[in-house]
Design a protein around this ligand. Structure first.
Ligand code: NAP
Length: 244
């Protein structure tokens, strides 16, 4: 059964590369028009948007630091004026500042929570009212196996992703009667710039014997976008690393 998202407008944060890029392309392939957010890599984001337009969909690349409420408001207004109201929000943008116990400091903690968690709050706040009015919406938060396990990044990263899963359940429960689902996807060890520096170390830990791909995460996001009955859940995509 393929998911048809024709006529839907999606916003994917952090979609210039990595998992977000795969998600943006997969949503476009499923029929959605897609806004491609990025922080710094404008050329990469423009290339993703061009690839989505080549599929016959509408797509724009929009720069915004999603940790900043003013920039999020401007970005969402730009999506609405170019593509229309956001039906599908994927909170994917994130950073993984690898820090040992001794070196982790307040600035690392604050920036990590702002980019990984507050951003999902800001973007969700900007779209949920419209979704509720239209009685249709899908919000997918890209968490991590680190929400439950230790991982290798650090306690600040664990906290930001665990918070994201709390945010997921909090909004899911409050929007459950309004046609809006809110779910999380928790990948572990997916090929991207984030995992490239410790690829060999990661590969050795994964029961499947390889890192996952962005496309494998994106397939789960598309599945969630097509499902009206599944809400408040976290779906792990981890090559057998953990069993929830
Ligand atoms: P990545 O390759 O490092 O890409 C990160 C993306 O986020 C880029 O598009 C980047 O934009 C964007 N970004 C970073 N900070 C931003 C900000 N403040 N505002 C807007 N965009 C911002 O990372 P990835 O591996 O694809 O990870 C994507 C998500 O999956 C993250 O939330 C990460 O925590 C999560 N995750 C990844 C793995 C993994 O194994 N890779 C595992 C678990 C969870 P620019 O290109 O413009 O800098």
């Amino acid at each position: 059964m393929s998911t048809d998202l024709s006529g839907r407008v999606a916003l994917v944060t952090g979609a210039s590369r990595g998992i977000g890029k795969s998600i943006a392309l997969a949503l476009g392939a499923a029929g959605a028009d897609v806004a491609v957010n990025y922080r710094a890599r404008a050329d990469d984001a423009q290339a993703v948007a061009a690839a989505i337009r080549a599929l016959g969909r509408r797509s724009v690349a929009l720069g915004a630091d999603v940790a900043d409420g003013t920039q999020v408001a401007r970005m969402v207004a730009a999506v609405e004026s170019t593509l229309g109201p956001v039906d599908i929000l994927v909170n994917n943008a994130g950073i993984a500042l690898r820090r040992g116990l001794e070196e982790l400091n307040e600035a690392d903690f604050d920036r990590t929570v702002a980019v990984n968690l507050k951003s999902a709050f800001l973007c969700t706040q900007a779209v949920w009212r419209g979704m509720r009015e239209r009685r249709w919406g899908r919000i997918v938060n890209i968490s991590s196996g680190a929400a439950r396990g230790a991982g290798i990044v650090g306690a600040h990263y664990n906290a930001s992703k665990a918070g994201m899963e709390g945010l997921t359940r909090g909004y899911a429960a409050r929007l459950v009667k309004d046609g809006v689902t809110v779910n999380a996807v928790a990948p572990s060890l997916i090929e991207s710039d984030m995992t490239a520096p410790h690829r060999a170390e990661s590969e050795a830990r994964i029961p499947v014997g390889r890192l996952g791909t962005g496309d494998e995460v994106a397939a789960v996001v598309v599945m969630l976008a097509g499902n009206a009955y599944m809400t408040g859940q976290t779906v792990a995509v981890n090559g057998g690393l953990h069993y929830n």
